[in-house]
Design a protein around this ligand. Sequence first.
Ligand SMILES: [Cu+2]
Length: 476
Amino acid sequence: MQTTPAPGEQRSWAKATGFLIALYLVGLAMIAGIVLVAGGGDSASGGSGAASTVAVELSEFKIAGDLMASPGPVTLQVTNAGTMEHDLTIEELGKTTGAIPPGTTVTLDLGTVDAGDYSVVCTVAGHEGSGMTATLQVMEGMDHSTSGASTGAAGATDDPSGTAGGSTDGSSGEMDYTKMDEDMLASFAEFPATTKGTGNQPLEPTEVLPDGTKRFDLTAKIVDWEVEPGTTVKAWTYNGMVPAPRIKLDVGDTAEFVLKNELPVNTDIHWHGITVPFDQDGVAPITQDPIEPGDTFTYRFTVTKPEIGMYHPHLHGQMGLPNGMFGEIQVGDTPVVRGRTVSGVQIPADVTPVQDIPMVLNDAGVIGFSLNGKSFPATEPIVVNEGDWVSMTYFNEGFQSHPMHLHQFPQLVTAIDGIPLDQPYWADTILVGPGQRYTVQFKASAKGTWVFHCHILNHAEREDGMFGMVTAVVVQ
Ligand SMILES: [Cu+2]
């Protein structure tokens, strides 16, 4: 007996929270429409009756389901329960679903399949390497099938019931809403949770050479990293922390970065957003040879203007970044707007932020949805006094865009990608795309614990409570 958990998860998630009912209805209406279309197609093809139908669920970054069938006609019912496009491909059989949008279920007819093991992957770049691989076992006695028609019908009835917001449909009895409510409250109660390891610690020079060159040591290595309470992963790091050590340079500095590669693969460092000579750009094998496991390579460059960048591997970036290899590198001071009026709001001439915070976003790999390498409730709150100004730079090292919403306090965008804006602007939600840096400042003008989160809500909540890209500004 197969179930299709993805639509149920979406429904229960939204229902439990009460967040943005309108958005939820629109979203579910879209999903319901898609499933109805898919269901129609399925029941038409399901007429063969004898076909084994196997339910498969795709998400970031796994392929889930009982991938077993008996030899003979096999049909896959593939649901993309993730937040980005995926496909399901079985190269050996020459079959693929093609790209499946999030929240969509499609049917893939494999035809008649002989006994054997078949490799199942998502072919979107980087997804197989991040974990989207599975094996379809076809053998006698492995018949987990239901008829295609009944699976399709279940999918079709499930979702409209969710759309209507009704809990009267018997088929939704698998959800334990009471437990969801309890788990939600429990997740809030844990914040802020203590976990092992702190990222973004300042990187101090190990040595200053006679000519004034600042020499820094970086070691690329895999370490245990507690990403949320009780969840420890094998993180790929610089110097054993996520995000990597924070590098601050002064305009005019010459810096050397001695990188030792203790990873199992070749690597390099790309200084994203920092102006460097061609042979220091860290794009192996174009600008340098790959740094092999066990080898050391020294980067050396002089910085000549204020910049806000980030560093990460370019080689195997799709694996290194989501797994934790990312950090901030900044030259000069963070831009601050003072003594001018923006959209009618006077910014005092003496604004001096009490904190200058890096807010590093990630959403994939073993680190997953996170702020500064931690998932809620292990994210660190921003604690300030009433009336304080804070400056903050978002660094998106993930694979998706994140609309970062701070409750109550408008954010004044002062720079994008480290470039100060001639026309700063106010916004309460800042959409930060992969690779981008947005620098903002805000005034903590009212006491309270103000929630601060990504507004793609399944980056911030799941059935067992808040997680991922959520923290708070605590104003005392
Ligand atoms: Cu997000």
